[in-house]
Write a protein that binds this ligand. Structure first.
Ligand SMILES: Nc1nc2c(ncn2[C@@H]2O[C@H](COP(=O)(O)OP(=O)(O)OP(=O)(O)O)[C@@H](O)[C@H]2O)c(=O)[nH]1
Ligand SMILES: [Zn+2]
Length: 395
């Protein structure tokens, strides 16, 4: 290892040690900053949930979209023409078997699918998911029911594979704009390698990343300054980063500003306070929060169906309690650096094509780490994630 890289490593370790000692000095009973050294990706690897990009396509879906789009263009609705009571600003909030909970303007309606769309849905389980933009015809009986008569083309989709080796895609949500990668300064302690892992997942899924560091009420001014210093590489690469506290309600307006008008998914290690943040942002919500386990400092995972939660100040949060620990799929080892904005352009300057930026001579990324253009923290996390990516199994 080059001398400069060794120095960067020592500097990072020193910062982390200072942060840890500072936290210990505070003698918080459940302080877990000491676990920073274990900033591995360990437990995330066991999860079966995987996030995917919108690259892969479903042919059925394509046909359906074309069919829907063609009919929509012609009639404004699917299969029904000349009706005026069709609202085109619907959004699917939740799927409850054959019925969906749908937001149309100020109203929340229970909607079934139009008969023709039902036939399409039975052929394609991913046809209608949470977040879908739709047209609704209100039924004459009342203001609380309606029929989904058209589904708009998706801007994006968030999907996972049903299991580690499966190629079956399950779309979790449609039309998601950004991912709030949540970490906490303590309980559980700061784990930048996990933050990076979620940032890569966001990038793979084509979602804008926002870093949110929660629980700042658990550190004093000095502790917060040290945490900011450790995380300073994210400022350098211009990822938006907010320091907040759900419990002490600090900087929530800043976070509201980031979420307003967008559809956001919260991700991050269990127990960092994702549910608590949603509850704090919009008091109408009472998502279940869990005590962080005394022994491990980790929250326990809860599972349930995905939901889209409209926010009072505009925008939506996708609540996917069971699918918070995304693993990566569709990422080949040699492509990982493409999801690191500061490494992406350097990779083409490496001497060897397919360079993994680990041991290869003439590596432009390693040179950049040596002279400080790429932060040691980010590079170290890159190596950890690289190690965790499975080799593609032979076809
Ligand atoms: N001190 C402090 N505690 C917080 C804060 N935000 C959340 N917590 C606590 O952290 C614990 C975990 O919070 P959750 O909101 O359940 O965490 P989560 O990220 O949704 O966890 P999972 O559902 O397991 O993914 C709860 O006991 C919360 O009360 C905060 O800003 N400060
Ligand atoms: Zn290289």
């Amino acid at each position: 290892m080059a001398k400069k890289k060794k120095r960067s490593k020592r500097q990072l370790e020193k910062k982390v040690k200072r942060f840890r000692e500072h936290q210990k000095g505070k003698k918080r009973e459940r302080d877990l900053a000491g676990r920073f050294e274990e900033d591995s990706l360990g437990d995330l690897e066991t999860t079966k949930e995987r996030i995917g990009s919108r690259k892969s396509r479903s042919d059925t879906r394509k046909e359906v979209i074309e069919l829907t789009a063609a009919r929509f263009e012609e009639f404004g609705v699917v299969a029904v023409s000349g009706e005026e009571d069709v609202e085109s600003n619907g959004r699917v909030l939740e799927i409850l078997g054959p019925v969906s909970r749908v937001e149309v303007g100020e109203d929340i309606l229970e909607c079934g699918l139009h008969m023709e769309l039902r036939a399409i849905q039975s052929a394609d389980k991913n046809f209608l998911v949470v977040g879908e933009r739709i047209c609704v015809r209100k039924t004459p009986e009342g203001e609380t029911e309606g029929v989904i008569v058209a589904v708009f083309r998706r801007d994006s989709r968030l999907s996972r594979r049903s299991s580690r080796r499966s190629h079956i895609e399950r779309v979790i949500a449609a039309n998601v704009d950004q991912m709030c990668v949540v970490g906490s300064v303590a309980e559980p302690s700061l784990r930048p390698a996990l933050i990076d892992r979620f940032l890569v997942a966001a990038s793979v899924g084509n979602l804008e990343p926002v870093i949110v560091i929660n629980k700042i009420d658990l550190v004093d001014e000095e502790g917060l300054a040290l945490a900011r210093e450790i995380l300073s590489p994210y400022y350098v690469i211009k990822y938006p980063m907010l320091f907040v506290s759900a419990l002490a309600r600090r900087n929530l307006d800043g976070l509201r500003g980031v979420l307003a008008g967008k559809t956001t998914i919260f991700s991050g290690h269990s127990g960092v306070g994702k549910s608590a943040l949603v509850n704090a942002l919009d008091p109408r919500y009472k998502l279940e929060t869990r005590e962080v386990s005394e022994a491990s400092g980790k929250g326990k995972h809860m599972t349930s169906r995905a939901k889209l939660l409209p926010l009072r100040f505009g925008g939506y949060v996708v609540d996917t309690p069971g699918i918070r620990s995304f693993s990566l799929w569709e990422v080949e080892k040699q492509d990982l650096a493409l999801y690191y904005p500061e490494m992406k352009n350097l990779a083409s300057e490496c001497r060897y094509g397919g360079c993994t930026h680990t041991h290869e001579p003439g590596c432009a990324v390693k040179d950049a780490v040596d002279d400080g253009r790429v932060s040691y923290l980010r590079y170290d996390n890159y190596l950890k994630i690289l190690e965790s990516i499975e080799e593609t199994p032979p076809a």
